[in-house]
Design a protein around this ligand. Structure first.
Ligand SMILES: [Zn+2]
Length: 92
């Protein structure tokens, strides 16, 4: 790699990084500040919450639904249960 190529690569990486961040920030701006189900407050500055809460992007509606871990797990359990009922699992 010569100096020109290195410079070009660094420029490209910087550009990519910036664009990725811009995209995330745009998405982040759509995130609500509470759980959609139980209205538990969501703190965007709380890294632990940001990592553990679930975000569902509805691109058509340009909406971002936010679920706390408890409600998310509950929803998954309900889905699983509904699936089992529909498919007839768990019955003799
Ligand atoms: Zn919740």
């Amino acid at each position: 790699m010569n100096r020109e190529q290195r410079r070009a690569a660094a420029k490209q990486a910087k550009k990519d990084g910036t664009e990725e961040v811009a995209e995330k920030v745009a998405l982040f701006g759509l995130i609500g500040d509470q759980c959609l189900v139980c209205n538990k407050p969501f703190d965007k500055a709380n890294r632990e919450q940001v990592m553990s809460w679930s975000v569902v992007v509805r691109e058509k509606e340009e909406k971002v639904n936010l679920y706390c871990p408890e409600c998310w797990n509950g929803a998954l359990k309900m889905l699983q249960q509904a699936k089992e009922e529909i498919l007839g699992y768990g019955e003799e």
